[in-house]
Write a protein that binds this ligand. Structure first.
Ligand SMILES: Nc1ncnc2c1ncn2[C@@H]1O[C@H](COP(=O)(O)OP(=O)(O)OP(=O)(O)O)[C@@H](O)[C@H]1O
Length: 335
């Protein structure tokens, strides 16, 4: 059910004559994990700052948790936790002491601070390391502690800027699982800004792609991919236990199944592009012809493909400068 918790309407921000954010309309629902994607300078941070009431829009409105971020930023800050890409701690203090200090700054009642800090440490999986000084913390542990800083005030919305930057693959996986759990179990709304498409794809319910201050597209990854790639048809790649001589003797018979655009044979692999998904019929055909099938793989289009496609289709409309095209591709796809 749609239950809007963040609503941006005609939101724009200009720096002099430069439009950093241009007429943004976006609704994010309670409990959603939304991925904010875009190349460097696309306007993601400026949008987040307007949501937090840290910078005023030039025009348009931004509402978070029912409050106008521009006229009522204090109320918004009570409801929203923001984790920047790099969180600083007092290295001479333990992680727990750091967290308790943050709780105190947030105005939490003294008698609740210790128990709530310990509970939050458990929530982010740092219960065994909470008495260590943060100077001894790894990047992954610091990100978890940063998340604890945000969670201790029990926000309704959390905004995470590049939360997986510099964490090793196992740490990333754990961190993303934690985010998903928090969202699903506690109904927490998560806004995640990231350049790591694979991480975003693993965790986000919906994504929005920003380019030069505009929201190019937003939606669920499957829907976006369906809209873009259904016209491309379906591709199934099947590997067999033996190599095939070319031209392959059964190619015409396979084509006769119908709905098939093209058959390509390469050693022991057959790749078939179809207008409709013909995978079961193709597999049946090959088995009937006596082939042993080693693997069947249907090509799926992910966020990388979606991003690339939107970029290519809009490169002339939205990005006029050739140099920014290559910069965009380089910077966004950096791992
Ligand atoms: N205070 C400012 N004064 C002038 N221009 C600014 C200011 N803040 C941001 N900008 C410009 O606005 C544009 C959007 O910047 P923003 O930081 O929102 O992008 P971003 O999408 O967050 O980029 P990144 O992925 O690099 O963090 C950029 O061209 C930036 O140079």
């Amino acid at each position: 059910m749609n239950d809007p918790i963040i609503q941006l309407k005609g939101l724009s921000k200009c720096y002099g004559t430069f439009k950093a954010v241009d007429q943004l309309d976006l609704t994010i629902n309670k409990g959603e994990i939304f991925g904010l994607l875009g190349p460097n300078g696309a306007g993601k941070t400026t949008t987040i700052l307007m949501m937090l009431g840290l910078t005023d829009p030039t025009s348009g409105t931004v509402q978070v948790c029912g409050y106008d971020s521009t006229s009522n930023p204090i109320a918004v800050k009570r409801k929203v936790g923001y984790m920047p890409d790099s969180v600083g701690f007092y290295d001479n203090m333990t992680a727990l002491e750091n967290l308790m200090y943050i709780a105190k700054l947030n105005g939490m009642p003294e008698d609740e601070i210790s128990s709530r800090a310990i509970a939050t440490m458990k929530q982010v999986g740092l219960e065994n390391d909470m008495h260590k000084k943060t100077s001894a913390y790894s990047r992954g542990m610091k990100q978890r502690l940063g998340l604890a800083d945000v969670l201790i005030k029990r926000p309704d919305v959390i905004i995470l800027d590049e939360p997986t930057l510099g964490i090793d693959p196992a740490g990333v996986k754990d961190f993303l699982i934690l985010i998903k759990q928090l969202s699903k179990q506690q109904g927490l709304t998560v806004l995640l800004s990231s350049h790591h498409l694979h991480h975003v794809q693993q965790v986000c319910d919906r994504v929005g792609i920003f380019v030069t201050g505009k929201l190019l597209v937003e939606g669920n990854i499957n829907t976006l991919s369906g809209n873009l790639f259904n016209k491309e048809g379906y591709t199934t790649r099947i590997t067999l236990s033996e190599s095939l001589a070319q031209p392959w003797e059964h190619e015409m018979a396979l084509q006769a199944l119908g709905n098939i655009k093209q058959v390509a044979v390469d050693n022991n692999a057959i790749e078939v592009s179809c207008f409709q998904d013909m995978t079961p019929a193709i597999v049946r055909f090959l088995v009937q012809k006596g082939y042993d099938i080693m693997s069947v793989h249907k090509k799926e289009y992910g966020l990388d493909d979606i991003y690339q496609q939107y970029f290519e289709n809009n490169s002339t409309e939205n990005i006029t400068n050739e140099k920014s095209v290559s910069f965009f591709q380089r910077s966004f796809f950096k791992k």
